[in-house]
Design a protein around this ligand. Structure first.
Ligand SMILES: C[S@@+](CC[C@H](N)C(=O)[O-])C[C@H]1O[C@@H](n2cnc3c(N)ncnc32)[C@H](O)[C@@H]1O
Length: 411
């Protein structure tokens, strides 16, 4: 069979590029818009044919050699073959396209805030355990597969996480542990703390012996299995493995700054923080306003959020539960502004309806998924809001993931 020759023209969400060939649409991985590539069909994804680049016939001027030896096999990164500046351009195009599909126009002055050094940014990593002939190792899922690819390095994680992996594997081997599933590691940005959680289904799990041996193997780290500290802007937060934390600490500061600049909380105002997690945004906002009401469904995050509010002497009150339910009990006129940061799925229609009913003057919407961000913003616009500003904050360099934030005002 003749090789498939494709000419991708635009970026698609997911790190692929869109090509059309004799009327058929392809999503091509490891190709850049403007290139001519030889590609191999790889089935379908969401009803669209997928292909992987096998040879680049005419490279883009934005193409670089991916530095990671696992790139192309590992499911973690999709964009290492593009210069970082181009990655940011591609992300902007993907967001503009998502907004256009929702009937919106991304404000032309929407900034794209990238990193000075787009590597070693992750302070949290989740690794799958795999038993090999020579013992346990940790790695990532392979691209579009549940099979595990063991890794010795990962250049988007904090180096302390990379260095810790062999210690966790070696201790498991020495203690002849069985049934390891996955390992979650989070490092303190400014301290020695290394928070760990190992999921396993072994009989006779030796937690204390294991922790002791790992600690011996990692003398520079303070091994923690309960909570660690996350400090920024003179505030301190307790973080646990079972609660959300922004994985890119350096860009978290950029994102929160951008969101606060949009929100502009005033001293007499009361603010709603929806999908509040452990309260990092709530506490930061509360420093500039009268009070914050935080809504969060994860009871562990609510517990930690209340503690974080106390530690920082912040006027934050938690309403536990789902945003779409809790907002029904919130009275009109109680809040002047809203900030929200839902997971990828975005808001339930009932949550948007409640936001429209409450009609706060300003809504700052932070999102990690452009399609649901645009969908929900369009619904808010139909409910009487206008988009005032938007920004893209690159929280996930080398990968297709995109974080964006928008300010809406009641028109
Ligand atoms: C992306 S995190 C944002 C956390 C926080 N704003 C931060 O920056 O650390 C989303 C949070 O929403 C919570 N969540 C998800 N669905 C929810 C819902 N329907 N109602 C309330 N909270 C929800 C999750 O538990 C998680 O803590």
């Amino acid at each position: 069979m003749a090789p498939l020759i494709l000419r991708p023209t635009s970026p698609a969400h997911g790190g692929t590029a869109v090509a059309r060939d004799e009327g058929k649409v392809w999503l091509v991985s490891y190709a850049l818009p403007g290139e001519v590539v030889e590609a191999e069909p790889r089935g379908r994804q969401g009803g669209v044919a997928v292909a992987a680049t096998t040879r680049v016939l005419e490279p883009s001027p934005h193409r670089v050699a991916a530095p990671c030896p696992y790139f192309g096999t590992c499911g973690g990164c999709q964009l290492q073959h593009a210069t970082y500046t181009h990655q940011l351009d591609l992300k902007r195009q993907v967001v503009a396209e998502a907004w256009a599909r929702a009937g919106l126009r991304l404000p032309p002055d929407a900034a794209v805030l990238g990193m000075e050094d787009p590597w070693r940014y992750r302070i949290r990593g989740e690794f799958e355990a795999v038993a090999e002939a020579r013992g346990w190792r940790f790695g990532f899922h392979r691209m579009r597969s549940h099979a595990v690819l063991p890794v010795d390095s990962c250049a988007i994680h904090d180096e302390r996480i990379e260095r810790a992996l062999p210690a966790f594997a070696r201790a498991a081997n020495e203690l002849r542990l069985t049934g390891l599933q996955n390992l979650l590691l989070t490092v303190e940005p400014a301290g020695r703390g290394l928070l760990w959680r190992l999921r396993e289904n072994s009989k006779g799990w030796l937690h204390d012996e294991y922790a002791h041996r790992v600690a011996e193997l990692l003398p520079d780290a303070a091994l923690l299995d309960d909570a660690m500290s996350l400090d920024f802007w003179d505030m301190t937060f307790r973080v646990r493995s079972d609660t959300f934390v922004q994985t890119n600490y350096r860009q978290m500061l950029v994102l929160y700054r951008a969101a606060l600049d949009m929100l502009q909380p005033m001293p007499e105002e009361r603010v709603l923080d929806l999908y509040a997690g452990i309260g990092t945004i709530s506490v930061a906002v509360a420093r500039g306003c009268r009070s914050v009401t935080a809504v969060e469904e994860n009871p562990r995050a609510v517990q930690l959020g209340r503690l974080n509010a106390r530690i920082n002497s912040a006027r934050v009150e938690y309403l536990p539960g789902k945003v779409e339910d809790v907002l029904r009990g919130v009275r009109l006129g109680q809040h002047d502004a809203v900030i929200l940061d839902p997971p990828r799925a975005g808001c339930e229609p009932a949550a948007i309806a409640e936001l429209v009913r409450l009609g706060a003057g300003r809504v700052v919407y932070v999102s990690c998924e452009p399609s649901t961000h645009a969908r929900d913003i369009a619904a808010l616009v139909r409910g009487g809001y206008r988009v005032r500003r938007a920004a893209i904050v690159d929280m996930f360099p080398q990968t297709y993931h995109i974080e964006s934030v928008a300010l809406l005002e009641r028109s």
